[in-house]
Design a protein around this ligand. Structure first.
Ligand SMILES: Cc1ncc(COP(=O)(O)O)c(C=O)c1O
Length: 390
């Protein structure tokens, strides 16, 4: 089917919630994508940090193919081994404790919000509050959207869930002052992804930990974008001065399949009890097989070293480019701030030249290449960027 025909059908049948690039991808392999006209692209976006193992990683494909022919779904009314093994793998690689598996990032955060509120009620807090950072993005279901100050300002979906308090993302004093007896949690992304790759400073992270300890509140890190190796350690918090009580994960966790998780440290791992939370699809054998295979690829010190090294190479290349005023990020989660407000035009020009990136704002390009990329591909991407930005 021609792209124009597909666009016509979409306009007729699909709710118009997305602005999409003018290309139909039909195939992916490693760091590359192909469109319906046979053109090849280097993918420096990976489905927004989902295909961190590259497109159609052979181990993930093999695991899914095998599991699909054995058992796809049995519901959470029964045990299946994959989901339990996946929970074990996520927890033992992070906080210990226990995991709730779900299907997406926003659901992982819904679980964290419920867990934090129940934990606060357990301390006798009647109307718990969650402190969040300006510039955050936590998802689009009603709890997560209420935790996302930029979106909770949109009157279209009011009233939002009460009990979220936003503070600037770079002010440890304001954060400490916002935490008090009613605080159930401080919730933050170690690096804010959707709003342009803003690294949260160590002083803010340390202040959040200290304030939570003082108030008996939980420190929740949304590692949906930063987790699974993206920043050069399996979890971004490993490079930070504080360990959270709860992390949420999704995106790259499933190697391309939809899966999320909320992990709670041992002291709070049993907060949610039977009947408190659930999901029909969550933790099923098919997505668990994909996620376990993705874990085998990413939880590898040499791969994580390469993420740090190639992240440095990409940053250096970008820093030397005309029109780039600032480069932010960690590992292979990088934003190039442009001197002009032409990021959307440049994104389209890069796509036309065979490089997939996205623009998170008028002057920001975001790069999230697959973690399995090689130095040659980083250089090839930089070549295209240099040509187009130049
Ligand atoms: C940090 C963060 N949290 C939550 C979400 C929501 O994830 P999902 O789109 O899977 O619901 C995203 C998605 O971009 C994200 O980057």
């Amino acid at each position: 089917m021609k792209l124009a025909e597909l666009q016509r059908l979409e306009a007729r049948w699909v709710m118009p919630t997305y602005k999409r690039g003018a290309v139909e991808f039909v195939r992916g392999e490693g760091p590359r994508l192909w469109d319906s006209e046979g053109r090849e692209y280097l993918d420096f976006l990976t489905g927004i940090s989902v295909c961190s193992v590259g497109h159609c990683h052979p181990a993930v494909v093999a695991a899914v193919r095998e599991q699909a022919g054995v058992l796809m779904h049995a519901s959470n009314l029964f045990l299946t081994e994959g989901g339990v093994r996946l929970a074990e793998r996520i927890c033992s690689s992070s906080l210990g404790g226990k995991a709730f598996l779900c299907n997406s990032g926003t659901e992982a955060n819904e679980c964290a919000i419920k867990l934090a509120r129940k934990h606060a009620h357990g301390r006798g807090v009647e109307a718990p509050e969650i402190v969040v950072l300006e510039g955050a993005f936590h998802g689009r279901t009603m709890g997560s959207v209420s935790a996302t100050p930029g979106m909770a300002a949109n009157p279209s979906f009011a009233p939002y869930l009460p009990g979220f308090v936003a503070v600037p993302r770079d002010d440890p004093g304001a954060l400490a002052a916002a935490v008090g007896e009613r605080t159930a949690a401080v919730m933050l992304e170690p690096i804010q992804g959707e709003t342009g790759v803003h690294v949260i400073g160590d002083a803010v992270v340390a202040a959040a930990r200290e304030a939570c300890d003082g108030a008996g509140a939980l420190l929740v890190f949304d590692e949906i974008q930063t987790g699974m190796g993206r920043t050069g350690s399996l979890w971004a918090y490993e490079q930070l001065p504080a360990r959270p009580d709860v992390i949420t994960a999704a995106k790259a966790l499933g190697g391309g399949m939809p899966v999320g998780a909320c992990v709670a440290a041992p002291g709070v791992a049993d907060t949610l009890q039977p009947g408190d939370h659930g999901s029909t699809f969550a933790g099923g054998p098919l997505i668990a097989s994909a996620a376990l295979a993705a874990f085998d690829v990413i939880d590898d010190p040499s791969l994580l070293r390469s993420v740090r090294e190639l992240g440095g190479r990409l940053r250096e290349g970008l820093e030397a480019m005309p029109g780039v005023s600032e480069v932010r990020g960690r590992g292979l989660m990088i934003a190039a701030e442009l001197s002009g407000e032409n990021a959307p035009e440049l994104r389209d020009a890069l796509l036309a030249e065979g490089l997939v990136v996205n623009a998170t704002g008028p002057s920001t390009l975001r790069l999230l290449p697959p973690l399995v990329i090689g130095a040659g591909e980083v250089d090839a991407g930089l070549d295209v960027l240099g040509r187009v930005l130049g």
